[in-house]
Design a protein around this ligand. Structure first.
Ligand code: NAI
Ligand code: 1J1
Ligand code: MG
Length: 259
């Protein structure tokens, strides 16, 4: 499980603002607008209880505080409980939380205790980053490249297939590539025989996963992957429209999916 570090989350509000302006440039919508079109739900100021969890590797510095900033940025009424774990959950419900946000080392969930809906961060992240990529106003074809077909990448690839794109996918894990080809009907991308794309979605925990040969001028790279999939040098050389943010875009996708 690739865990966030406090350093990934420094000044999350500025990171959200920067990501929002790229999303607007790429899709014509802001992040909230993409969520509304994805889930058909509208903005809400619902009370969100953020519960720190000490299990496993324990509390991650800046994590709960960042979730608080994220809920406020997107217009929800968030609060972080004083206590963690079971006591924190009890405190959140006692203080009127309608949605609970909490994460251990394996699962980051949003649970709407009023309507029973529950969301998992991994598919919600893949779906929204794929949706942003698919809405690139200047895309010159329906071809899209997906790098990484794991817990975030596979649901993102499924979203792109569902929206009628011609999805080329790659993962060095042959089992996962085979699963995506047989379950989603994607085209296995051959790194030895690359082609250029204007839309790329990446979801891997590795740097430099995007070969220069697939980059076209002004292409969109939509990636939740940490560290970033592309070097600053390549990003500048091709003027890549990079949509990348460590926590907030995936979280607001979870929140809108449980409204
Ligand atoms: N920004 C955000 O909001 C979020 C970011 N993440 C990050 O997204 C990344 C992916 O997370 P998961 O899908 O849960 O991990 P995962 O381990 O389930 O999947 C990652 C996949 O990438 C593949 N991969 C590795 N190198 C590759 C390469 N060169 N080309 C293509 N595929 C390659 C691996 O074989 C693996 O199947 C992690 O870095 C995680 O921290 C996860 C959730 C939210
Ligand atoms: N238990 C800790 C939070 C652990 C979160 C681990 N999961 C990740 O880092 C995932 C979530 C999005 C990106 N990576 C706390 O409450 O402070
Ligand atoms: Mg994110």
């Amino acid at each position: 499980m690739a865990l966030l570090t406090p350093n990934d989350l420094i000044n999350i509000n500025k990171q959200l603002q920067e990501a929002d302006s790229v999303v607007k440039r790429v899709t014509g919508l802001d992040i909230k607008g993409v969520c509304q079109s994805l889930y058909g739900t509208s903005p809400s100021s619902k009370k969100v209880g953020i519960v720190p969890v000490t299990s496993g590797n324990g509390i991650i510095g800046n994590f709960s505080a960042s979730l608080h900033v994220i809920t406020q940025y997107f217009g929800f009424d968030g609060f972080v409980t004083d206590m963690p774990d079971v006591s924190g959950y009890y405190e959140a419900v006692q203080n009127g939380a309608e949605i609970i946000l909490m994460a251990d080392d394996h699962t980051f969930l949003a649970h709407n205790i009023k309507n029973g809906k529950m969301a998992n961060n991994q598919p919600c992240t893949g779906i929204i980053y794929a949706e942003i990529a698919s809405r690139y106003l200047k895309a010159d074809s329906k071809d899209v490249l997906v790098m990484g077909l794991g817990k975030v990448g596979f649901p993102g690839a499924a979203q792109l297939v569902q929206k009628g794109f011609r999805v080329y996918g790659y993962d060095p894990d042959a089992r996962l590539l085979k699963r995506a080809v047989s379950n989603l009907g994607i085209i296995p991308f051959d790194p030895a025989n690359p082609k250029k794309f204007s839309i790329i979605f990446e979801a891997t925990p590795c740097a430099n996963t995007i070969p220069e040969a697939v980059l076209s001028e002004n292409c969109v790279l939509s990636t939740p992957g940490i560290p970033c999939a592309i070097s600053e040098e390549l990003k500048n050389k091709y003027d890549v429209q990079l949509v990348a943010e460590p926590l907030g875009i995936g979280t607001v996708s979870m929140l809108y999916s449980v409204l």
